[in-house]
Design a protein around this ligand. Structure first.
Ligand code: DSN
Length: 429
């Protein structure tokens, strides 16, 4: 009698469309959704076909621990080549001596750096979450908030900008082990030299989290955190246009072991080698001259959208943007974030509700909307299109203001216009 196969039919040959219709159909529907809308989620982008393919490669099967050339598992020759390339490209792109390309996410990269530079119970100084900071910079709900004694700086009430004198004064008073610059929703350029002076005043190491603007740094469209920062972290999937995950960058040989050991075995086990390979490909793409043009286009498009929204009477936190993102304070229009984001989604414009500095609104509602242009710029939208997108955002939000319970007619009108524009900018076939 023939023995039953140990594997489902088509295990090595069939695509997911044949083996798992539920997942296959969700992917097809996601393709259709993204085809018909304008995505303005600041933490998203659209990766190249090469980056996409490498994430689905057989490198997903490989388990190793440690760094290239120093692995605990055999058979690492090919993944060593890939990880070494990712490290070399990260260092070349950001002009630094050392990189760790293994962190699974930005939060893990930040946790690893904190683990390397401080002990539980030490003080860290970082930007308040509502002012634009990040959960992994010491928010109460995050492990970093439980591990460390967190002191926060905010932004000035008047202009929404960081007060560097306040940062320096806090550093002097609290003597943090680590001062963190950067976050998730601060739209203006950071003064890295001023952060360095504040760190020195308090005897702290300076960590710059450049997740949202790393692509602009890579393309020369933003100031550079080195040589001011001791350590820099960034996710790889926002303006850097790579796979999910993060990298850590630094120059000091004295930090090499501490940071590498903090990633593994401190925080993680085996790296995701298909993702490390995709990081190598994306970093290679970012080293090409076209990427600098892309980075400058992102900045120009962000400024066009910000300017258009201001012209429609929206308040922008910080008054504008020097990065791929902007933060709209909806209070002046009598709106809140959640219904605004839902109405925009029905109109084909995808963004996220976001807290604004000193937000008094419920966390489920929030008073702001965050827009980012990295993905739509990859898709090919230029300044004329972002003017139109700004007009449509205003049309939808003014409609919502006039008729909070039924904005359907406006949403349908804008959705049709969005679909027409989106059709002119196709992505994957
Ligand atoms: N930090 C989150 C954001 O900025 O949306 C995820 O990357």
């Amino acid at each position: 009698m023939q023995q039953a196969s140990l594997l489902p039919p088509g295990y090595f040959s069939a695509g997911v469309d044949r083996t798992d219709p539920l997942v296959a159909q969700a992917i097809e529907r996601e393709k259709a959704r993204t085809r018909d809308v304008i995505e303005l989620i600041a933490s998203e982008n659209i990766v190249s076909r090469a980056v996409l393919d490498v994430q689905g490669s057989i490198l997903t099967n490989k388990t190793v621990e440690g760094l290239p050339g120093k692995r605990y598992h055999a058979g690492a020759v090919n993944v060593d080549a890939v990880e070494s390339a990712a490290i070399e490209r990260a260092c070349a792109l950001f002009g630094c001596r050392f990189a760790n390309v293994q962190p699974h996410s930005g939060s893990q990269a930040n946790h690893a750096v904190l683990h390397a530079l401080a002990e539980p119970g030490d003080t860290i100084l970082s930007m308040d979450l509502n002012a634009g900071g990040h959960l992994s910079h010491g928010a109460a709900a995050n492990l970093s908030g439980a591990w460390f004694d967190v002191v926060s700086y905010g932004v000035r009430g008047g202009d929404g900008l960081i007060d560097y004198d306040e940062v320096s004064a806090l550093a002097r008073r609290h003597r943090p082990k680590v001062l963190i610059a950067g976050g998730s929703a601060y739209p203006r350029a950071l003064d890295f030299a001023a952060f360095r002076r504040a760190a020195d005043a308090g005897g702290a190491k300076l960590l710059v989290d450049m997740a949202h603007f790393a692509g602009l740094v890579a393309g020369g469209a933003h100031g550079h955190p080195f040589p001011h920062a001791d350590v820099v972290t960034t996710t790889t999937y926002k303006s850097l246009r790579g796979p999910r995950g993060a990298i850590v960058l630094w120059n000091d040989e004295g930090l090499r072991k501490r940071i590498n050991n903090a990633v593994f075995p401190g925080l993680q086990g085996t790296p995701s080698l298909h993702i490390v390979a995709a990081k190598a490909v994306a970093l290679g793409e970012a080293l090409r001259p076209e990427f600098a043009d892309y980075a400058h286009a992102v900045l120009a498009n962000a400024r066009v959208l910000a300017q258009r929204l201001r012209r429609h009477g929206f308040d922008l936190v910080g008054g504008g943007t020097d990065t791929p993102l902007m933060l709209v304070d909806l209070r002046g229009k009598g709106l809140t974030g959640a219904p605004a984001a839902r109405s925009l989604e029905r109109a084909g414009i995808i963004a996220n509700m976001n807290p604004i500095p000193s937000d008094a609104a419920d966390l489920k509602v929030m008073s702001g909307l965050r827009f980012g242009v990295s993905g739509a710029t990859t898709r090919g939208l230029g300044q004329a299109e972002f003017d139109a997108v700004g007009d449509w955002i205003a049309e939808v939000l003014e409609g919502l203001r006039a008729s909070p319970d039924d904005n359907a007619a406006v949403e349908a009108r804008v959705a049709a216009a969005v679909r027409e524009m989106a059709a002119r900018f196709p992505t994957y076939r």
